[in-house]
Structures are given as C-alpha cells and as structure tokens.
Design a protein around this ligand. Sequence first.
Ligand SMILES: [Zn+2]
Length: 385
Amino acid sequence: MKKLLLPLFIFISFGIIAQTPSTFTFNINGSPLPTGLVAALDNAAQRWNNYLIITVPIKVNITLVNGSYYPFSGLTLANGRTNFVNAPVTDHIYPTALANQLAGTALNSGEYDMDIYVNLYTSFYYGTGKPTNSKMDFITFIMHEIGHGLGFYSDGYVNSSNIGSFGNIPPSALSPLTTSFPWHGQDSVPTIYDKFIIKQSQNHLVGIAPEHTTMLGDSIKHTTNYFDGPTYANASNGGLPVKLSGGTGAFTLGVDLLHLHSSVCNSIMSYCWGMGDTVRKPASFEIGILKEIGWNINPASSVNDIALVENTFTIYPNPSHDNIFLSSSFPKEKIKSIEIKNILGERVAVLANNANSDVSMLSKGIYFITILTDEFQAVQKFIKE
Ligand SMILES: [Zn+2]
C-alpha cells in the first residue's frame, strides 16, 4: 500500500510546477497516421493550454488528407455561436472554443469546435528539436491552425463579382471540404475578430460600406488592414495596431484578414515562418489579440506581463485640442518617460513628467501615449482633434 501511495505523492507534488493537463481533445480521421503526429499534437495543445484559461474542453476534429491538388498545408474551419448567454458583444460570431469559456458551458454539445484539415503532402517534422530546411515544424503548424479555431478567424469575403460581405462565405467556396458542424449563426454577421479590423484611415472595416456591395469588396481588398485592440492588443504591441494580411488588391479566402502580415515575425499566426523554422510560442501581441476578443489569459504563463498591465492611467479630455491631463494610480517619481507615438509607431513628442501637457502642435488623428517605468509600460489611445 505504501508503495502505491509514494508515487502518487510525487506525481501530485510535481504536478504543481509541471504543465496542467491539456484541456484539448483530438479526434483524428484518415490514415496513415504518421509516427509522432499525436505526440506533436499534444505538445501544441499543452503550449496553448499554458497561455489560456480553458474551463470547457476544446474539441478538435482533425482530418488527414494527402494531395498536391489541395492548395494548403492546413486549413481550419471554426464552429461559431452568436448572442449566447454572457456574450460580451452581441451580433458577432464567436468561435465556440471561446464562446464556451465565456458561457461557462459547452454550447455546441455533440459538435466539434473546429475542423482542421492537415495535408500530409507537406513534409512535416514531428519532433521537438529543429527541423531541417526541407521540413515544416508540425508543432508550429498545428499551433497556427488551432490559433484560427481560438479566434484568429474572419468571415470577411469578396466573391468573384467583387461583392464584399461578412458572414456570408458560401459553403461552396470551400468545396470539396465540408464542416462536421452546421454553419451556426453565420448569418450576415462578422466575427468578434473582424470587429477590431481597421484600415489605415482608422475606419473599422465592418461598417465601412454596406453589406453585399462592391464598395465593401473594394475596402476588404485594397489597402492594409490592422487589428486595432484598444484595451489589450495594442498595448501588447508597443501601443500600435497589429498589421494583418491582405489589402493587396486581390482577395484570397482563408489567407487574407485572418493572418498577421507576413512582415510580422516571431509570431505563430503570420506567414513569416516557413520550412525549417520553429515558433511554438505565441507573441505577446497574439496573446493580446486573444485577450481583446475575450479570452482569459493564464497570469502564470510566460506572456509579456509588461504589455498586459491594465488601466494604469487615464487621459482627459480625450479627444482634446490643446491640453491633456494624465491621471495614474502609480507614483510620479517612478515614471521614466512619457512619449506620444503616431499610428505608425513613430515618436512624435516627449511629454514632461507633470500632469498638464500641451498637445496643440500635433496634427489631427489617433496617437498612443506610452508611460514607461522601471517595472512596466502602459499605453493608452488618444485622439487629437
Ligand atoms: Zn492560417
């Protein structure tokens, strides 16, 4: 009896510092099952699980395909719900992986949260070391695909007649792929991620033009898109919106909007990484984006805590013409600098460390005021009129 108890005790005491058990479950369809794939899946799930507070298990349906005719290495289709109990924002589709956490219960009992197609035509590396330059790191790859199911997911669409819409991707556009779940709630409403997309003009993409118009199609297709997360995401990105994919004049379903721009490196959700590369860790701004759309982040995770400081100061009046006042909860003597950056991240002014600051020299627009202390930096958006 004692021999049985002792190992149990060791397991529990180590369990405190070890990673928590994964709250992802995987159903795998198709064969052959490559050696190492299941272990790599579990590794990726543990990694996401380290960052997110998951109370309702996330059910992932994986289908293995194999063919050069599929134009992808992987593709994720997320299940969704709108206007559920405790939905922070109404009339937006939340991926069920997130909606379930917010509702505190599985809203999609009997349905998977996401379908991930994995094309084994791609030469994957399933280990935890470094792949050669001819192999794609499966852990990074599947963290990316799961990332779509967690919320990096747009339903913006431009059809062949240049008509733009949200929430109206026809199932035929995905053919021959299908979802294992019905198209719940995808009825002319954007995703919660779409809500935060802005153009260079600062206008939100959703609502920039009427649904089902070429005007909206043009807005989706042309000029750069950014994820503008005023509460968490920008603060985790040096005070700036995060540049997204697309806006190059053509629309590619499954590529544009729902990825970070290819220039945004050391991130899982961009195309910056490729064969031979590993990321395996979300960037602080990727965690910031997930937090912005509603995820609770594990405070013990190795996230850039500096970036996630909340509500540390306020600016008033905001908007302002000439003078602004900063009010903070931390001692003034701790402040190292106060800077104003424009939307491009360029420093346009340094403010004196006192309550009243003149901003009359700034041209009209959106700015970010950054307060830097020895312990953290805090960022707030400011509008100059
Ligand atoms: Zn992707």
